[in-house]
Design a protein around this ligand. Structure first.
Ligand SMILES: Nc1ncnc2c1ncn2[C@@H]1O[C@H](COP(=O)(O)OP(=O)(O)OP(=O)(O)O)[C@@H](O)[C@H]1O
Ligand SMILES: [Mg+2]
Length: 400
């Protein structure tokens, strides 16, 4: 009898052991499959993130699908006469700029990066990525790029009349055309409007907004008919989507164009670009460079010299570029000066939006050419930024 009990107990123990072993085995199997599932998922994620970490390459591949061409060094070498001296059209912070012609006859401008190091690389990357995403008549189009054997080249549409600053301040001296700008008032107004539309696009038609950060007269390029396009996004920053949002950043940009709050705190907003735009407007009005140490004391910094005169009807004509004499009406000048004054205010919140600037300039252009405002899409005839003038202030053209 005891024997039977003993055997029954043993059988029960055995069953328990077998059940427990089975349970352990099942748990092990479950744990193993879960482990396999997780590792598989992680390795997939790792692969994906590696792809996007090579952002230059992956994004650039996308760009090629969107019509940006990847050139070989050889192609650009032969397009620019072997990067010959006679093909150089300018030099900038990025490197030299060459003119060139593609086999299909298209004229191009090629920027050859001569700056080693991370900042140059970052600018190259930023320029390619941004210009791929952004498309506007008022922004210089990137046609392609080349990133061969440590050489970085950017290929743009060719702008036959180069940078605005070359026309505002033609070189003086022997053999030159002689210092006076040939840009007339109407063309200057149109350049002001088209450049404003370029910035308006960056600030208000792109989400999140793009802050140019190096807006200046040499970054406004002119085509053969003096239509303007904004160039050089190498220093651009993607702004914050929130109203009044800012980006904290190292202060870069060009002397004389940098907004005071940005220079002091490094806080960058679209209103920093509005300030720089105001400086360019002052250059267009006065024909003076933003900073000129050769000028008498008190006149060296354009904004400080011009600001008190901008809102004074009696004095505003004093600041005008002498080469424009006889071309503008006082009403127009007062209006443009009012816009410039608002843009260069030290309090960034009081500066206008670029859309307001555009709306204020459109009617001025219409007055010159009723049927053509350079492809304008804004139809308002009322300026939101012209509190000073009334219609009966108009003086006949030619009589300031
Ligand atoms: N797409 C283009 N078509 C024709 N000329 C150009 C073009 N891009 C640049 N240039 C010429 O090359 C010059 C130098 O341009 P670049 O942008 O390299 O320097 P920058 O604007 O003077 O300074 P930064 O490097 O600070 O932008 C311009 O002033 C212009 O004359
Ligand atoms: Mg430039």
């Amino acid at each position: 009898m005891e024997d039977v009990d003993e055997r029954r107990k043993e059988a029960i123990v055995l069953v328990v052991i077998v059940v427990l072993a089975c349970l352990a085995l099942v748990s092990l199997l479950v744990a193993f499959s879960y482990y396999c599932y997780i590792t598989n998922k992680l390795s997939k994620r790792l692969k994906n993130s590696k792809k996007s970490d090579n952002s230059g390459i992956s994004k650039i591949q996308v760009t090629t699908e969107r019509g940006i061409h990847v050139f070989s060094f050889k192609q650009l070498h032969s397009a620019t006469g072997g990067f010959g001296k006679s093909y150089v059209v300018g030099h900038g912070g990025f490197g030299s700029v060459y003119r060139g012609v593609l086999p299909d006859g298209r004229k191009i401008a090629v920027k050859l990066m001569d700056r080693a190091g991370k900042q140059g690389e970052d600018e190259f990357q930023m320029e390619v990525e941004l210009l791929t995403r952004l498309r506007s008549t008022y922004l210089l189009a990137l046609l392609g790029y080349c990133s061969d054997h440590d050489c970085k080249l950017l290929v743009y549409e060719f702008m036959a009349n180069g940078g605005l600053q070359e026309h505002l301040y033609p070189p003086r001296g022997a053999g030159s055309k002689g210092g006076a700008s040939k840009l007339d008032w109407e063309i200057r107004l149109r350049i002001a409007l088209e450049a404003a539309k370029g910035l308006e696009y960056l600030h208000e038609h792109v989400s999140p907004p793009v802050i140019h950060r190096d807006f200046k007269s040499s970054n406004i390029l002119l085509d053969r008919n003096f239509h303007a396009k904004v160039s050089d996004f190498g220093l651009a920053k993607i702004g914050s989507d929130q109203a009044g949002g800012h980006v904290s950043t190292r202060v870069l940009g060009t002397q004389g164009y940098v907004a005071p709050e940005y220079a002091l705190t490094g806080h960058l907003t679209t209103k920093s670009d509005v300030y720089s735009y105001g400086v360019v407007l002052l250059e267009l009005l006065t024909g003076r460079t933003p900073v000129d140490s050769q000028r008498p004391s008190g006149e060296g910094v354009l904004v400080s010299w011009a600001l008190p005169r901008l809102t004074d009807r009696e004095k505003v004509a004093e600041i005008m570029d002498p080469s424009l004499e006889g071309q503008y009406s006082l009403k127009e000048v007062v209006q443009v000066a009012a816009i410039a004054a608002m843009c260069v205010q030290s309090e960034s919140d009081y500066r206008p939006l670029m859309a307001d600037v555009v709306q204020s300039l459109v009617p001025l252009l219409k007055r010159h050419r009723p049927s053509s405002t350079g492809g304008s899409s804004v139809h308002s005839t009322k300026s939101p930024l012209s509190p000073i003038c009334h219609d009966n202030d108009i003086s006949p053209r030619g009589l300031p």
